[in-house]
Design a protein around this ligand. Structure first.
Ligand code: OOG
Ligand code: MG
Length: 262
């Protein structure tokens, strides 16, 4: 059964409402078992259009499921991408209201800020290195709109790869001054160490995840542009957060980024 344009529009409206209301819905493939990865992206593009029409601005993109830890946790074996808007960006120091999300989780990532456009096709790690102005440490706050945080690849793509909020902080750092494959990370919640990791967990080199994002976004007819921020994917598994929590990502060389929840 093919997924019509009318189905895509209806599914995008359904996911959009779940995002705005912070209400869990069944994953889309329950109702549309034939929903393909490509259909998932059709829904995501329609969802993006709805946000832009409501006045939100596109500020970047994220790679999802780029580490073994994330793939294992979510039971999905392929990366995905999602778009980032100005309203998802949380300034460091603000307190994030968990009640605006269904079941938020945090993950630590290396964020790339682009000083030049990336090619939409055939993008390589070398292209990413040449186009990156600097990197900063980031905490991504993800929130699946699906019941019990359970999904498959087409469904999670339709839900914008669980994008919800993101916080960047620390020290803007030139990429050539760090070893992209060994950068260490400690993730701390309420003063206690949750886990540790290294940047190599993301495809051996987070810049490879940015190149992959450029190519996937290119297939949507869009492009990673100068000035955009690109989240390269969670290094470790994601952890749930609750009101009162304080989470820090302490990155070797890149510094610390913090977020609090209410
Ligand atoms: C999908 C989004 C994954 C990452 O960094 O791997 C993601 C999910 O796990 O809900 O943002
Ligand atoms: Mg992420």
């Amino acid at each position: 059964m093919t997924v019509s344009d009318a189905d895509v529009a209806r599914l995008a409206a359904h996911v959009h409402k779940a995002q705005l209301d912070a209400q869990a819905i069944p994953k889309l493939t329950n109702e549309h078992p034939d929903l393909s990865v490509e259909d998932g992206y059709r829904v995501q593009v329609a969802l993006q259009r709805r946000y832009l029409e409501a006045g939100h601005r596109l500020v970047g993109w994220k790679a999802g499921l780029t580490s073994q830890a994330k793939m294992r946790q979510m039971g999905v074996s392929e990366p995905s991408v999602g778009f980032l808007t100005d309203r998802m960006a949380v300034p460091e120091g603000t307190v994030v209201e968990t009640s605006t999300m269904v079941h938020p989780r945090v993950e630590c990532e290396v964020a790339f800020v682009l000083g030049a456009d990336l090619p939409a096709k055939g993008c390589t790690v070398e292209d990413v290195l040449a186009a990156t102005a600097y990197v900063v440490p980031a905490i991504e706050i993800i929130d699946s709109r699906y019941e019990a945080f359970k999904f498959d690849l087409p469904s999670v793509i339709a839900d914008n790869s669980s994008s919800a909020r993101f916080v960047v902080g620390g020290n803007p750092t030139r990429l050539e001054t760090v070893d992209r494959t060994t950068l260490g990370l400690a993730m701390v919640k309420n003063g206690e160490l949750l886990t540790t990791g290294a940047s190599a967990a993301v495809m051996g080199d987070p810049a490879a995840a940015v190149a992959l994002t450029a190519n996937l976004v290119g297939r949507l007819g869009q492009q990673l542009r100068r000035g955009m921020i690109i989240l390269s994917g969670g290094i470790t598994a994601a952890f749930p957060v609750a009101p009162g929590d304080h989470v820090s990502a302490r990155f070797q060389s890149l510094g610390v980024v913090d977020v609090r929840f209410a």
